[in-house]
Design a protein around this ligand. Sequence first.
Ligand SMILES: Nc1ncnc2c1ncn2[C@@H]1O[C@H](COP(=O)(O)OP(=O)(O)O)[C@@H](O)[C@H]1O
Ligand SMILES: [Mg+2]
Length: 358
Amino acid sequence: MSSTDLLAPGAVIGILGGGQLGRMTALAAAAMGYRCHIFCPDADAPASQVTDRTTLADYGDRDALDAFARAVDVVTYEFENIPCDTVAHLAGQVPVHPGPGALAVCQDRLAEKVFVNCLGIGTADFRVVPDPSVLPALVEQLEGPCVLKANTMGYDGKGQALIRHPHEADDAWLAVGARLCVLEKFVAFECEVSVIAARDRTGRVVCYPAVENRHENHILKHTLAPAPDFEDRQEAAQAIAVRLIEGLDMVGVLAVEMFATTDGRLLVNELAPRPHNSGHWTIEGCRVSQFTNLVRALVGLPVADPGVRGRAEMVNLLGAEADEWAALAADPGASVHLYGKAAARPGRKMGHVTRLLT
Ligand SMILES: Nc1ncnc2c1ncn2[C@@H]1O[C@H](COP(=O)(O)OP(=O)(O)O)[C@@H](O)[C@H]1O
Ligand SMILES: [Mg+2]
């Protein structure tokens, strides 16, 4: 397939990763007549439950990857901790969007911050921490509370530790796993927001409005769409997302997490080159969801204006909260989504509920 071909319905989208983001992407693809083939190491994964094709293999299994490449027309991934080697290997055989370069930036906190700063966009002040011996001095330099983050493989607050005083440095280093880290100054934020942008093969970009995200124990709990009391900063937040997705030269969907600081700045916290939990509201809240726009970009269709229907609120169902599914579903105004996960471990994302407010 040439990279300019439009894939017709019936074509197969390969998805690396079997979680809920892959599941919702596969559901959007199915609605448009496309098939999905999941590649993941876990049996009965949320995404596999809604597709008829899964390759159950490790991400390093070259034979399985080669067979997968032959069986699909285009490849994407639903989480950014897929090894870059895996994606680069596939990209030699089949179009992969977003490409390996964008993935390499977004799965490495240091590369990500350097990239963002090079575009003239702000982040929290940060330092590279190669070794615990230098950590107390770096904490002193940043003057005040800091967050130590493992450079790779973090999610839902895992691999992070707060440092209030230099003498807490050793404990923090051990807590994040004694590996290359980024030390960030703790940002006094008014709120956390995110913007999702989608970009197609022609370079056209569409943006969803900035939403406010409220976390509990470092895990997203509530999303309010659009972000309340944020009208004056919407344009600036969306402009940042557009510059970043263009800078990465990405085809697909990019989520940009930002801190809106008490002194009026927007600082980029994290990038995710895939659909994002803070965009789940777009399934009911927009005419074209983040998942549909990802599928459109992957198959070569133009990305479509989101068509926001109004205000919406999304609540994650974490761990045992999903046991309340019957009571939640009794409310006709609540769209209850469950991901088909068997074990409701504390803090695990089991589902979400979206309500349209207007
Ligand atoms: N520098 C910081 N200042 C203030 N809060 C932070 C900072 N870094 C992270 N946090 C908080 O922790 C959450 C998770 O951190 P993040 O870097 O997004 O990692 P991940 O989402 O990969 O676990 C953020 O959404 C925010 O609430
Ligand atoms: Mg985050």
